[in-house]
Design a protein around this ligand. Sequence first.
Ligand code: FCB
Length: 482
Amino acid sequence: MQRRRFLKSGLATAGGLLLSRSNSAQSPGGEVRFPKDFIWGVATSAYQIEGSWNVDGRGESIWDRFAHTPGKTKNGENGDVACDSYRRYPEDITLLKQLNAKSYRFSISWPRIQPTGRGAANQKGLDYYRRLTDAILEAGMRPLPTLFHWELPMPLEEAGGWPERDTAKRFADYAEIVTKALGDRAGHWLILNEPKTFTSCGYWYGVHAPGRKDPLAFVRSTHTANLAQALAFKTMKSIKPTLQIGGAFDVSPMYPFTKSAADVAAAQRWDRFQNLWFLYPALHGKYPDGVLPANRQAELLGMQAGDEQLMRAAFDFVGLNYYTPVLVKHAPQGNGVPGLDTEALWATYHGSQPKTDLDWTIYPQGFYDILMRMAEVTGKTPIEITENGGAFNTAPNARGHIDDRGRIEYLREHLKMVARAIEQKLPIRAYHCWSLLDNFEWAEGYTPRFGLVHVDFKNEQRRTMKESGQWFAKIASTNIVR
Ligand code: FCB
């Protein structure tokens, strides 16, 4: 099943009517320029690239368990070996240099640091991330670690997982250990990656680990995630106030399926849910109105007295991930979450729009739209694009060359939208391409290839720079997109 596609709908093609072809920000000369100090980066996450899942004291995560369970991932694939980056990271840092990256966003695997999710740190895990961070610094790049890119230690899931409030405290303890060990080396941090996706896909739709299908547990998990990020934020700041801390939020513009008042209202509800649910509480100490029924919200979330204060976190910057837009339809029959009553059609629905090889709609204009939307909420807080990219499954030709023009086109058009938003004075300071390497794309396994660098999983993980990688390297050194 396609990840994040929620209610399968026969309405597939009709919605495409609502989207127009993207506008281009192209200047007459056909090029756009980024500010001199713009930060070009690439992103990965631990489970998707590291492999070595059971060495040096690493514990089991929900993703190990999920991917080891037959039928959960495409072709039964898992991250046991992935790109073997745990052992090959020096080679990967060389590739980052070849890409002229100035920032490397990677994630720290919680079960490497606390194998059971609680208690003392596993020294070997900390040592690994120290070595990695040092190597990034030595290569002249900025390390940008993410504390949680979906690897919840399995024992914490067994104790209730994200719907269980105590998980927030466990997460703050983990944040404390990591900050004490790495806070002297890394000055910029992301706390949670895509809280909307890991809570909804994990606990509501069941298509990601831990694979639960319980809308009410999902609702509770969102509150724990909000508490967790704020507790972690405060803990980290108390250890080192100068750290620059944000989160990576997956945002999408919401377009109503039809012009009906009901669909327009549904699109607004889903916008407040997907785009604001994990940001608004941090910035304003409350949930956005009009998502859950006001008279049941506290009960559904399991809120306790004082939580409004607890969930505040004055982020130093905000990370935004963008891939594709969402069409939203009013669902009078409901969707399991009281009051939400929406059907959100993600990625696969527009007959008329081009698509990536993962069937995700390509809609650069949507990037601009959502950046402008988010800036209404984030104001002057600096924005970093923490992920953007596409699956283009180009194989090497007879000479071993990988001509992935689809990705170049995708990146070019999306970067133009970032440039347009900067022209509108949005404080966007960085762009991270997803991803450095072809890697384990969660439930979709190894089929979708998101990398600027090709990985031959069958031949000793051989890495080959793609055409798109060379293209990116040029942009990162000139600040010009043509
Ligand atoms: C994002 C995830 C990232 C990767 C890309 C394609 O939602 O954060 O790990 O899977 O999608």
